[in-house]
Design a protein around this ligand. Sequence first.
Ligand SMILES: NC(=O)c1ccc[n+]([C@@H]2O[C@H](COP(=O)([O-])OP(=O)(O)OC[C@H]3O[C@@H](n4cnc5c(N)ncnc54)[C@H](O)[C@@H]3O)[C@@H](O)[C@H]2O)c1
Length: 395
Amino acid sequence: MLRFFDESAAERSARVEGWTAPSETPRFRFLIIGTGMIGREHIGVTELLGQAVIHGIYDPHQPSIDAALDLFAHASEQPRVYESLQSALADPEIDAIFLCTPNFTHFELIQQLIETGRPLFIEKPMATRLADAAELLKLETTYSAPIQIGMQYRYKSQYTEAFRQVKHQYSLGDVKTVSMSEYRPPFLNKVNQWNKFNEYSGGTLVEKCCHYFDLINLMAESRPHSVYATGGQAVNFLDFKKDGKNSDIHDHGFVIINYENGVHASFALNMFSEELYEELIVGGSKGRLIATESSSFKRNGSSVGRIKVEVDGHEDYDFRDTTYPAIIESSGHHGATFFEHEAFIAKLEGKPSDGATIEQGWWAMLVASAAQESIAQGKEIRIADFLSDNGLDIS
Ligand SMILES: NC(=O)c1ccc[n+]([C@@H]2O[C@H](COP(=O)([O-])OP(=O)(O)OC[C@H]3O[C@@H](n4cnc5c(N)ncnc54)[C@H](O)[C@@H]3O)[C@@H](O)[C@H]2O)c1
């Protein structure tokens, strides 16, 4: 049984209420490669969870190193700062490696990381090109140490509870439809602005929306049969240029996914909103579930997760707040990163874990890539054709 189905959001919140890191010495030593926004979030969450220490960091961009070291200003021990990737990977004291670099670097860097044979945590998306992701999929069976992909939205409080209701309590009966949407402000600043260009990010639906395709795939519990999408760049970064190149990333889109088991799904994206609003609606044979998250980018950043189960007599027929305790909620991605770390620690301990696998990362990326291809071609993409057109045979 997967833990994020096992434990209700309320039980999970009660377990971490007033969280303080355990007093015993942390068992694992982490290396963080890339100490930008998410690398620093992983540093903070590692410290908060207290099961591991940050043993070392590597980033060629000094401001990112400085910002990471600021997080240790009051710590008794500072992490090692390596001069090169080679020296970082050669450190025999590292127990696990976090890859937190821009998307376009993942595939090449993973080739070097797997030489160490160590457990790996790889930020999403695993690659920017489908063929590279297919190559990495082989690691699912060939790499003997654990690998986890950084798709942590499954641990957001309202989605944890949605999965519990649908897959554990079977509150909705059989799942028939899944519709997901995200409204949010534009992409944030990144080091060298890699997220403003398809070439470096893999495109918006791959870079950002693989999270949602992972959730939809998990809810549908089937393989995608066909994908149709429409979208474009309407508002954001229209005048943005770097090194003479115009930004070309999409800022809105609509995606329809048909699954082999007959589940119909949709995803809507709008990245020119003032605030964040995510909504998941699952239609089942017995009723409907709505899971929402509202969060302010502009004000205090706090968020509220809610769930509603419209099934006759259900205790959550009216909206219920699922938000995690503030210390967890504020530690990154509304608490999702904290529970993602718990899942990674479980993998390191050889225990059952529901952290995203390479295979799940692959299927999310496949839907995202097919959606981008659909926008480019202006027609529905059959997954079987898409795979064979790309010379891929995934059974
Ligand atoms: N799971 C999530 O919710 C989530 C959220 C944000 C970002 N991400 C992912 O994390 C990755 C990093 O995103 P970010 O927002 O931190 O970007 P960022 O630009 O803030 O940071 C990236 C860092 O990587 C460094 N870097 C670049 N090339 C490197 C190399 N070869 N070796 C070591 N360091 C290198 C850069 O100098 C920079 O400091 C991306 O893949 C992104 O998609 C995931």
